[in-house]
Design a protein around this ligand. Structure first.
Ligand code: GLV
Ligand code: GLV
Length: 323
């Protein structure tokens, strides 16, 4: 009997072709939207493997419906806050994911958002296209630059480090970071980077505060009104990690009250963020629809890692990219 493999979405083309060429009993949601929960629960029954996305909730209900033959859950993402890891552990089901390969793409887009927010790109584009250009003006649409400034990285993991490395040549003079622990190995690659055990110290001293940490019970809504109040008025806030790390109403208020200068977001809460949301109306907030890892190269590579994991798990081997 071929293995039953459930995939909640069509993969990027090369990986999809490879998946289809395998001799699996393949059940795949073919629409370009989230596989409905009831459909997923129906299809996952009897599955040997599940390939999912960050938009699928993987919990004990789903695992119970799937049954004891389920050998693996593989998410095509680096984040796995949508997966109940304890529920998997209890059933001895390993979790596959896709770290490292998306670091460059995510760090690139984080720099893009940081620059866009700092240099008021949204206001500039709107002004140009809406007849407000007038003339070159000495003080019009001035933003902040990086030279001599302090960068604050929240979560100095692979992505946080890649962002800091990219911003150094822009002239950042100090890099501070907050996280669960000091990382001497990162400091060797980023001379001068300083660990701060107190988040408040990073908030108070940084001109750029960039969120690169995982969503956990500890980081959930850690950026609330109080946190924004502690930041500099000229601060630029960027989040390419998870929307729920930010108390979004508080961010909206902080931007409206100019407690901070601007924000760049690739993630929101919820996703998608309704087009009527106030944040879109704010001139000092740039929002992208969770596309940080969206390059052709990276998405193919992520899917390819999922397939390597799949093959290993179905052969009762340890998955190469797993927790
Ligand atoms: C994207 O947000 C990911 O976790 O891969
Ligand atoms: C700007 O365009 C300048 O020439 O200073």
């Amino acid at each position: 009997m071929p293995f039953k493999v459930v995939a909640t979405r069509i993969l990027p083309p090369d990986a999809q072709a490879r998946l289809e060429a395998e001799n699996y009993d393949l059940v795949q949601w073919k629409e370009d939207n989230v596989m409905p929960r009831d459909e997923l629960l129906k299809q996952v029954n009897g599955a040997d493997a599940l390939i999912c996305l960050l938009t699928d909730r993987i919990d004990s209900e789903l695992l119970d419906v799937a049954g004891p033959q389920l050998k693996t859950v593989i998410t095509m993402s680096v984040g796995f806050d949508h997966v109940d890891v304890d529920a998997l552990r209890k059933r001895s089901i390993p979790l596959g994911y896709t770290p490292d390969v998306l670091t460059d793409a995510v760090a690139d887009l984080t720099v893009l958002l940081t620059l866009a927010a700092a240099r008021r790109m949204k206001e500039g584009m709107n002004a140009a296209s809406q007849g407000e250009w007038g003339s070159w003006r000495p003080t019009w649409l001035c933003g902040s630059q990086f030279t001599g400034k302090t960068l604050g990285i929240i979560g100095m993991g692979r992505i946080g480090e890649a962002v800091a490395q990219r911003l150094k040549p822009f002239g950042i003079s100090r890099t501070l970071y907050w996280g669960r622990r000091e990382k001497p190995e990162v400091q060797e690659r980023l001379p001068g980077a300083q660990f701060k055990a107190q988040l408040d110290d990073v908030l108070a001293e940084s001109d750029y505060v960039i969120v690169c940490c995982a969503l956990t019970p500890e980081t959930k809504e850690m950026f609330n009104y109080e946190a924004f109040k502690k930041m500099k008025k000229c601060a630029v806030f960027v989040n390419t990690a998870r929307g729920s790390i930010v108390q979004q109403d508080d961010l909206t208020r902080a931007l409206e009250e100019n407690l901070i200068a601007s924000a760049g977001l690739d993630v929101t809460s919820p996703e998608p963020l309704d087009p009527s949301h106030k944040l879109y109306q704010l001139p000092n907030c740039v929002i992208l629809p969770h596309i940080a890892s969206a390059t052709f190269e990276t998405r193919e590579r992520m899917a390819s890692m999922c397939l390597e994991n799949l093959q290993a798990a179905l052969n009762n081997q340890t998955m190469p990219y797993s927790l």
